[in-house]
Design a protein around this ligand. Structure first.
Ligand SMILES: [Fe+2]
Ligand SMILES: [Fe+2]
Length: 624
């Protein structure tokens, strides 16, 4: 094993190259040394050459090449935790003098990652030290007792040279009680005199390899680690240069990369904001990479639209022909020319005003990708032109995994073929993920789109919707300006609902029959002849008769539809039938709306594909 040979052969040289601050130290043995080989990696247990054993969490993959072995960390949950008990660990901690070195590759540079950490990094009262990197370069952080007996502040120094994604680097950091130094590939890249005196450690210091782990959180490394070594002595510049020479061949070579760390889709392609002449294609990759969309009228002669290097790709295709089918494929290429491509997919630009179209509506897909996939697969079989989700796409908007592992897998393949128009619900919690994943016109929380002879107006009912609000005023102007045959409005909370307990306990008393905050919007619907209002929030189905001035009318009214059965846990209607109710149903479902000129057919289907509601609106007869 190469690393062992290095230390056996170089022991005397190393002794000579360390500073005289190690007078009491007999030779240059490290306090801990972990490297990865067939003999040291035993399932979850990683045997050290010296120092405490570590336990692998998350399952980092072992890979091997001509230089020996390495562990591949996936950037999600892989890390090694030093399993020494606290007293053993405490006895080994370097206090006055420190050298820490690692050989590694970085696949995804991002803020706050550690390769090895023995620190409290996050929150107040920083302690200990770490060797890691940020979005640009390698970093070394350390907190000492300092000039003022420890102020709980860590100094983090950053290498001058940017790290190279996918390449092996030898990174060394030292501290001698007066100065922190950071070397990359043998070159001194940063130093600081800010910290002074002994290193300060916390009572519960966690030692991790492959993550910046402390009692608050972990930020995980993505890439390979070959070797981590810690000394309680201070390496000289000369030793660091010599050490880098020893690792030179590895640094020059392309590393073996674990399948874990190959460029992958995190979110497969999906479509946004289709118009007659444009559409936005989005997808997410696990690594920064330039993206491109190859598209055309058939597969053979594609145009190419290029996007910047990023993980969340958003490429708008413009100058398209109206009502025209296109074929497309997305591709991402990483810095090592590894390419991933989607399957050949399709979309169609928006229909002209005179052409019939159909769209799906569902709501509250939250936390149930099994049901939302069943429903959207069924909807896909009916070939809609687009679909709307009336809020609560996920159960907890700030939790990214719910988007990547629940929401998007749940709506595939529909969303890769037809455009999703979203509405923000309360469960999104106004999280950045909603705004990042959804490509919408400013200000995003409300917006408008046109399809065929219909105008759609989307609101955020979490925000103010009263007559003095920005949204109310915008909607008034937008409806005034609309000359569409059909006008549809969607927001999450229902204006009308007979749910058993959301608006008053109907088993014992009165209900407000919906969210009263939103009722002033109805003045606009009455004035401008809005045809249908789509809501979610109540995980059930309910359709009203046409309403005007809060009264049932036989014509020229607005129909309010609660369609919150897209996956979330089901709710139940109260025992009393209110005046507005035409149809109510308990169960998961979706809706399909077909528009042909001045006629509209509306259908609602349950999870077994059974039609349970049907409505036809015919404006040719002088009705609505
Ligand atoms: Fe919901
Ligand atoms: Fe909700």
């Amino acid at each position: 094993m190469r690393v062992l040979i290095l230390y056996c052969c170089c022991a005397h040289l190393l002794a000579a190259l360390f500073t005289s601050s190690v007078i009491a130290h007999q030779g240059p043995d490290p306090v801990a040394h972990w490297f990865f080989s067939k003999t040291t990696v035993e399932g979850d247990r990683i045997k050290p050459r010296l120092g405490p054993e570590t336990l692998a969490e998350g399952g980092p993959a072992y890979v091997e090449d001509q230089f020996g072995g390495a562990l591949a960390f996936d950037g999600a949950d892989d890390r090694l935790m030093v399993s020494a008990d606290e007293s053993d660990l405490a006895s080994r901690l370097p206090h006055q003098f420190l050298t820490v070195a690692a050989t590694l590759t970085v696949d995804h540079p991002r803020e706050g990652v550690a390769v090895v950490s023995l620190a409290q990094i996050h929150g107040e009262g920083q302690k200990g030290w770490f060797l890691g990197y940020n979005e640009r370069a390698f970093c070394f952080g350390l907190a000492s007792l300092g000039r003022d007996d420890g102020n709980g502040r860590m100094t983090v120094i950053e290498a001058e040279s940017p790290l190279k994604v996918g390449r092996s680097h030898r990174v060394v950091a030292t501290y001698d009680g007066r100065q922190m130094r950071l070397y990359v590939d043998g070159k001194l890249e940063a130093s600081s005199d800010e910290q002074q005196g002994p290193i300060i450690y916390g009572a519960r210091t966690i030692c991790a390899i492959g993550a910046a782990a402390d009692t608050d959180e972990s930020v995980f490394h993505q890439g390979l680690i070959r070797d981590v070594v810690v000394y309680d002595i201070v390496a000289t510049n000369k030793w660091v240069a010599h050490d880098a020479e020893e690792w030179g061949e590895v640094a020059k070579a392309d590393p073996v990369v674990s399948p874990n760390n190959d460029l992958q889709f995190v979110v497969r392609p999906y479509l946004q904001m289709v118009t007659q002449t444009s559409i936005t294609v989005m997808w997410e990759t696990n690594q920064q990479s330039p993206g491109q969309v190859r598209y055309g009228l058939d597969e053979s002669t594609p145009s190419v639209a290029l996007g910047p290097e990023t993980t969340l790709h958003e490429i708008k295709l413009s100058g398209l022909d109206p009502e025209t089918p296109y074929y497309y494929r997305v591709e991402s290429v990483d810095s090592r020319d590894r390419k991933i491509a989607s399957e050949l997919l399709s979309f169609q630009t928006a229909n002209r005003r005179e052409t019939p179209f159909a769209f799906g509506v569902l709501g509250d897909t939250q936390f149930n990708p099994r049901v939302s996939k069943t429903l959207t697969d069924m909807l896909w079989m009916q070939r809609p032109n687009f679909f709307v989700i009336a809020g609560d796409l996920v159960d907890s908007g700030p939790e990214k995994w719910q988007w990547t592992e629940q929401f998007f897998p749940g709506i595939t393949p529909l969303a890769s073929r037809v455009c999703l128009f979203p509405v923000i619900g309360n469960h999104e919690q106004n999280a950045k993920h909603y705004y990042n994943y959804m490509s919408l016109p400013e200000p995003e929380y409300y917006y408008q789109f046109t399809y065929g002879n219909a105008d759609f107006f989307i609101l955020d009912s979490n925000k103010e919707c009263g007559t003095e609000s920005e949204q109310w005023k915008w909607l008034a102007e937008a409806l005034e300006a609309s000359d569409a045959v059909w006008k549809f409005v969607s927001y999450h909370h229902p204006s009308y609902s007979s749910d058993e307990d959301d608006y008053g306990d109907m088993w014992r008393g009165r209900s407000a029959y919906g969210d009263q905050r939103l009722r002033s919007l109805s003045k606009l619907y009455d004035k401008y002849g809005v045809d249908i209002v789509w809501n979610g929030h109540i995980h059930s189905y309910e359709r009203t008769w046409p309403l005007k001035h809060d009264k049932v009318v036989e014509q020229d009214g607005t129909i309010y539809l609660v369609t919150g059965g897209g996956g979330g846990g089901l709710e139940v209607a109260g025992p009393i039938k209110p005046y507005f109710q035409n149809n109510v149903k308990h169960g998961h479902h979706y809706c399909l709306v077909a528009v042909n000129g001045r006629t509209l057919e509306f259908k609602a289907f349950d999870q077994e594909g059974r039609l349970f509601d049907y409505l036809k609106i015919d404006k040719r007869l002088g009705g609505e």
